[in-house]
Design a protein around this ligand. Structure first.
Ligand SMILES: [Zn+2]
Ligand SMILES: [Zn+2]
Length: 343
């Protein structure tokens, strides 16, 4: 049985399955790519053939320029198998954003799973993470430090609604990135009983439309850009993280600036971003979830793509799991990468 490191290689363009002839979330244009999810650091433009879930392909078509989402696109349903060069491939839900998948590969009896970004907390806008037993588990480590504990999201949404009730004369503006976090915050607000219109910065509109077309009901959404300032008093407005502390937000009525991010656990980050109301809502696994996942998949070996790899590898070693830091450059946290692109 060949060890996965003989057939799943780390190349400058990313993880490459050699017998299958495909890259996973490649960092530059390639002939054949398997894409875990639609965030810009994973789903880049210009590949020739792209294999992904139908939801991820829809996200890619909406985000990337015409043809940028792959000259030929193949959608795979959950657990549907294809074989490329003797490698059996299937996709299992990763619970990160709409369409997000783990890539499971089996070659000559050994199995590797590339989880992409993932979380274990239930999310009304996407299918929940399913652990896939494997020989090598490839994981992210964005929040791999014991200090990162994501509270129940309903608790954070209650904080937001309490603040809205307390300051009815102000406008609450919540920073959230465009793919995933935005729609999750909306769905959580709906679950908490907020049935008023939710107002959107222009940069968030098109992805909400993709979610709606893919069957995720988000209720009454309205563009905040054309709304009169007065009609936003007492309202909840969502905007990209880069817009909450700039001119755009300042034209709102005495805004309460909130930001939904796993980084809001770090007081300093909230302060430096001018965030009055930090909401610890993350689409990544926290420390406990990362460790529970290593136990659930039962792999004797874990490869860490990016993030706080040392801490996770250390914790894995204590349980007899061999760790390897891949140090893949080019993957980042959405809150950070989208902040840069939004200026
Ligand atoms: Zn992501
Ligand atoms: Zn990522």
């Amino acid at each position: 049985m060949p060890h996965p490191e003989t057939w799943l290689k780390v190349l400058p363009a990313g993880l490459f399955c050699e017998p299958g002839g495909f890259f996973i979330d490649p960092l530059r244009p390639v002939d054949r790519a398997v894409i875990t999810h639609g965030h810009s650091d994973h789903a880049r433009a210009g590949h020739r053939a792209v294999l992904a879930t139908a939801d991820t392909l829809a996200v890619m078509r909406a985000r990337l320029s015409e043809g940028g989402a792959g000259v030929s696109q193949q959608a795979l349903g959950w657990h549907e198998q294809v074989t490329l060069g003797g490698v059996k491939i299937w996709l299992s839900p990763a619970g990160h954003v709409l369409g997000s998948a783990q890539v499971a590969m089996e070659y000559q009896g050994s199995r590797a799973v590339v989880s992409g970004d993932y979380k274990r907390t239930a999310d009304p806008t996407c299918a929940g993470f399913e652990p896939v037993p494997c020989d090598v588990f490839v994981t992210e480590a964005t929040f791999a430090l014991p200090v990162f504990v994501h509270p129940p999201p309903a608790h954070e949404i209650a904080k937001l609604l309490d603040s809205v009730a307390l300051f009815p004369e102000r406008t609450h503006v919540v920073g959230c990135y465009a793919l995933g976090k935005c729609q999750r915050v909306i769905a959580l607000l709906r679950q908490a009983g907020w049935d008023q219109p939710i107002w959107l910065h222009g940069a968030l509109v098109s992805m909400c439309e993709v979610y709606r077309q893919r069957g995720i009901d988000l209720g009454d959404l309205r563009p905040a850009t054309v709304a009169a300032k007065a009609s936003l008093i007492g309202a909840i407005v969502l905007a990209p993280p880069g817009a909450i502390a700039d001119r755009w937000a300042r034209r709102l009525e005495d805004p309460v600036v909130a930001l939904a991010s796993g980084w809001m656990r770090v007081r300093q980050r909230a302060k430096s971003r001018g965030v009055e109301l930090p909401l610890v809502i993350s689409d990544h696994a926290d420390w406990a979830e990362l460790n529970a996942t290593l136990d659930d998949v039962g792999a004797p070996e874990v490869w860490v793509t990016h993030g706080r790899e040392e801490a996770l590898i250390h914790a894995a070693a204590q349980r007899g799991i061999r760790g390897r830091a891949l140090r893949l450059l080019g993957y980042g946290d959405e809150d950070e990468t989208e902040m840069v692109s939004d200026g």
